[in-house]
Design a protein around this ligand. Structure first.
Ligand code: AMP
Ligand code: ZN
Length: 111
């Protein structure tokens, strides 16, 4: 997708070290961490919103949620973490390529 920063990261046009990669997703560090540890799980396929879900995309999201728990130790998230998917304007989504935030490395504030 043209002008999508996460598509550019997935394509390697914008360099970003990958902490994990497979055929469906990558995990990178958030450039502006909102917690001691802040990662982004980014599906390689572009779509913006959960409301754009279809069977194929659901498989990709399912894959992400299957892999994330296997990375807890590697990512230093064994003590727990928060999973966030911001949706649209009110959700504070700034990059319109669906992604999963993983926040941890410290006790997070209640929200
Ligand atoms: P959201 O507000 O849910 O759309 O999240 C977008 C996230 O992407 C923000 O937390 C940004 O800090 C992060 N971000 C934007 N550009 C980059 C980049 N080049 N590398 C890593 N993270 C990025
Ligand atoms: Zn994209």
């Amino acid at each position: 997708m043209e002008n999508c920063i996460f598509c550019k990261i997935v394509a390697g046009v914008i360099p970003s070290p990958r902490l994990y990669e497979d055929d469906k997703m990558i995990v990178i560090r958030d450039i502006e961490p909102k917690a001691k540890l802040h990662y982004l799980c980014i599906p390689k396929t572009h779509f913006a919103l959960l409301s754009e879900m279809d069977a194929e995309r659901a498989e990709i999201v399912k894959h992400c949620f299957s892999v994330i728990p296997t990375l807890e130790k590697t990512l230093g998230l064994e003590e727990g973490y928060r999973v966030i998917i911001n949706q649209g304007e009110n959700g504070g989504q700034t990059v319109h390529h669906l992604h999963i935030h993983l926040l941890g490395g410290e006790k997070l504030a209640d929200f």
